[in-house]
Design a protein around this ligand. Structure first.
Ligand SMILES: [Zn+2]
Length: 177
């Protein structure tokens, strides 16, 4: 990816669903093909999408290297089970832009995407929700024997009980953008 003096705005599915007017001055709007595939033809969301395409929405695919990095980081933060393939691709695409020293912002309402963005020092903008003000790390605890795990598993390997996930560590964010 070449470095250009423009700002990239990466739209996830929630950004397109929101139908919010996006200020498109001086920005290049991009998304991945997996986001497009989540939007069914016909209906309001599709019209939003058509509008954005007319405004220059461009499709890019993330590099495998960035996708691998997202997988590693999301495993560390515990967000991996909350991130869809589409979410991971959005984050990886943002990382590609960041690594090539482009200015990039993810437009998303998804808390896990926002949390990962914080960990990766990628800027994000919230569309409709208040947004997260703390960076958090997920942990997992057995509801039966109380053993803690740092991986998301469904049942406890020791007693077979249900594993609950909870936020183990939070760090206040000074500024989320
Ligand atoms: Zn247990």
């Amino acid at each position: 990816m070449d470095k250009l003096d423009i700002k990239y705005l990466i739209l996830d599915t929630s950004a397109i669903f929101s139908g919010k007017t996006i200020n498109l001055d001086d920005v290049k709007i991009v998304t991945t093909s997996s986001v497009l595939n989540e939007i069914k033809p016909g209906g309001k969301d599709y019209r939003n999408l058509q509008f954005l395409i007319e405004k220059g929405l461009t499709i890019f695919e993330p590099s495998k290297k960035s996708l691998d990095e997202i997988r590693v980081v999301s495993k560390e933060t515990g967000d991996i089970s909350r991130l869809s393939k589409t979410d991971m691709e959005i984050l990886a695409l943002a990382l590609d832009y960041k690594n090539t020293e482009n200015e990039v912002i993810i437009l998303t309402d998804d808390y896990s995407i926002q949390n990962l963005s914080n960990h990766l020092k990628i800027k994000f903008l919230n569309i409709s929700q208040p947004g997260i003000t703390k960076r958090f790390k997920w942990s997992y605890k057995c509801m039966g024997c109380g053993k803690k795990f740092n991986k998301n598993i469904n049942t406890c390997p020791i007693c077979g009980s249900f594993i609950k996930n909870y936020i183990s560590k939070t760090k206040k964010l000074s500024e989320s953008k």
